[in-house]
Design a protein around this ligand. Structure first.
Ligand code: ZN
Length: 402
C-alpha cells in the first residue's frame, strides 16, 4: 500500500478525503488505485459551456469535476460533450458541436497538469503513467443530422475519437434512435457509409441511444468492434434505451463492449416507474422540443438548453434507490451472458443518473470495486471491468497504424 501511494503523490491527498466518503475496504482502495479506471461516458463540459467556470475547480454540486475525478481514481475517460436535441430543429447541431469541441480543447489545455487529450491507447497509457487523466473526445448526440462524412473527417482532425451512431433520442437522416419513431429500420445508405468511414478513420462507433436494428446492422457491417458506452439490460428494465440479451450476445461475439450507466433509471424498474409517473414522461422524451413552433436563435436555444446542466439525477425518495451491490448484480448478469471481457464502466456522470444509495459523485467510484470484491470477483476481472476491456477495444479501433 505505502509504495503505491508514493508512486502517485497526487493520490496521497485523495485517500484522506476518500475516508470521508462511503465505507470502502483497504483492499478495494488499493486495487482501485492500482487499476486503470477508464470511464466510457462522463459529461465533462456542459456546465462550464453554459454557466462558465473551470473543470479544474471543485464544485459543491453535480457529479463531476477534475479534483473529484482524481479522488475517484479516474485515469482515463470519454470526455463526452452533448449536442442536445434543442439545436436540431434549427439545424444548429454542427455549429453547436464545434462550439463544444472548442470549449473541451481550451478547458483541457488550461488544465494540462491534470488532463490531456488521448487519440489512441498508447497515449492513454503514457498520460496515465504520468499521473494525469487521459481524455478521449466523445460526441453525444448529432454532429450533423445528414451524417456528412466530410464533417466527420474534420471532427476526427480536431481530435475526436468517438461518435454516437444515433442523434441521441432524435431521428437522424441516416440511423434510427432507440427513442424516436423508426424511419430507416436501422441504417440507410448514408448510415452504412458512416460506419465504413468510422472504420477507415479509426473512430469508436458508440451505439448507445441507437435502435436495436441500427445497433444490430452496425455490428454486422463494422469491421471493428462497436461500443455501447453507457447502457443497461432490458432484462432488468424493459425500456427501448436498454439492450436485449440477444443483441448483447451479438455485440460481444464481434469483440464489442457494453458500458454500464450508473443511474437507477436504467436498471431499477420501480424507481424508473416512479420517476416517469412523477415527471409525466419517460426520461428520453423529446416531444416538447419537437413541438416548439417559434423559430429560435442559437442564443435563445443556449438559454433553454443550458438550464438542465449539470444533469445530476432526479429527486426521488431515498428508499426507492438501489445500492451499488444491486448495480453490480446487473453487470454480473451481463458477465453471465457474455463473459468478463465485454463489460465496462460508462457512468454518465452529470448526464442525468440518479446515483445508487450513498454514492455522492465520481469520488465514490471505489464503492464499485469494493462491491465487486465482496461479490467474490477476482482482481483480474475487476481490472478488466474498470478499464482493461475498454482500453483493449479502443486500442483495436484506434491503433493499427492508421
Ligand atoms: Zn447518453
Amino acid at each position: 500500500m505505502e509504495g503505491a501511494v508514493l508512486s502517485k503523490p497526487w493520490l496521497a491527498f485523495s485517500l484522506a478525503s476518500l475516508c470521508l466518503g462511503a465505507a470502502v475496504s483497504d483492499r478495494a482502495r488499493s486495487l482501485h488505485q492500482k487499476a486503470l479506471v477508464f470511464d466510457a461516458h462522463i459529461h465533462a463540459i456542459e456546465r462550464e459551456f453554459y454557466h462558465g467556470g473551470d473543470i479544474g475547480e471543485r464544485k459543491p454540486d453535480g457529479q463531476f469535476d477534475l479534483p473529484r475525478a482524481r479522488e475517484g481514481g479516474v485515469g482515463a475517460m470519454f470526455f463526452s460533450f452533448y449536442v442536445t436535441e434543442d439545436y436540431y430543429p434549427g439545424r444548429f447541431e454542427t455549429k453547436q458541436a464545434l462550439r463544444l469541441i472548442d470549449a473541451c480543447i481550451r478547458q483541457i489545455r488550461d488544465n494540462s497538469s491534470t488532463i490531456e487529450i488521448a487519440h489512441n491507447a498508447t497515449e492513454i497509457e503514457r498520460i496515465h503513467e504520468a499521473g494525469r487523466i487521459a481524455a478521449v473526445l466523445d460526441i453525444e448526440g448529432s454532429f450533423d443530422l445528414d451524417g456528412d462524412l466530410g464533417v466527420m473527417r474534420n471532427f476526427y482532425r480536431l481530435g475526436l475519437r468517438s461518435m454516437q451512431l444515433s442523434a441521441h433520442n432524435w431521428q437522424s437522416n441516416y440511423a434510427d434512435s432507440c427513442c424516436a419513431p423508426a424511419q430507416w429500420h436501422g441504417l440507410n445508405d448514408r448510415g452504412r457509409a458512416w460506419i465504413r468511414e468510422a472504420n477507415r478513420l479509426g473512430m469508436v462507433i458508440n451505439v448507445s441511444h441507437a435502435s436495436d436494428d441500427a445497433i444490430s446492422q452496425a455490428i454486422d457491417l463494422s469491421t471493428d468492434p462497436v461500443i455501447a458506452t453507457h447502457h443497461g439490460l432490458r432484462e432488468f428494465n424493459d425500456i427501448p434505451r436498454n439492450m436485449p440479451d440477444w443483441l448483447l450476445k451479438k455485440l460481444a461475439s464481434k469483440g464489442g463492449v457494453i458500458g454500464f450507466q450508473i443511474g437507477n433509471e436504467f436498471h431499477n424498474r420501480k424507481l424508473f416507474e416512479w420517476r416517469t409517473q412523477n415527471a409525466g414522461k419517460p426520461f428520453w422524451d423529446t416531444n416538447s422540443i419537437a413541438n416548439r413552433k417559434t423559430p429560435l436563435t442559437i442564443f435563445d436555444i443556449d438559454q433553454i438548453a443550458g438550464r438542465q446542466f449539470p444533469m445530476a439525477g432526479y429527486n426521488v425518495p431515498e428508499e426507492l434507490k438501489f445500492s451499488v451491490a444491486d448495480w453490480v448484480a446487473v453487470v454480473d448478469r451481463a458477465i453471465q451472458l457474455v463473459g468478463e471481457d465485454h463489460v465496462a464502466l460508462g457512468t454518465d456522470f452529470d448526464g442525468g443518473p440518479t446515483l445508487p444509495k450513498d454514492m455522492r459523485d465520481v469520488r465514490d467510484l471505489p464503492m464499485i470495486t469494493d462491491a465487486m470484491l465482496q461479490r467474490g470477483y477476482s482482481e483480474e476481472r475487476i481490472r478488466k471491468f474498470l478499464g482493461g476491456n475498454i482500453l483493449r477495444v479502443f486500442r483495436q479501433i484506434t491503433g493499427k497504424g492508421r
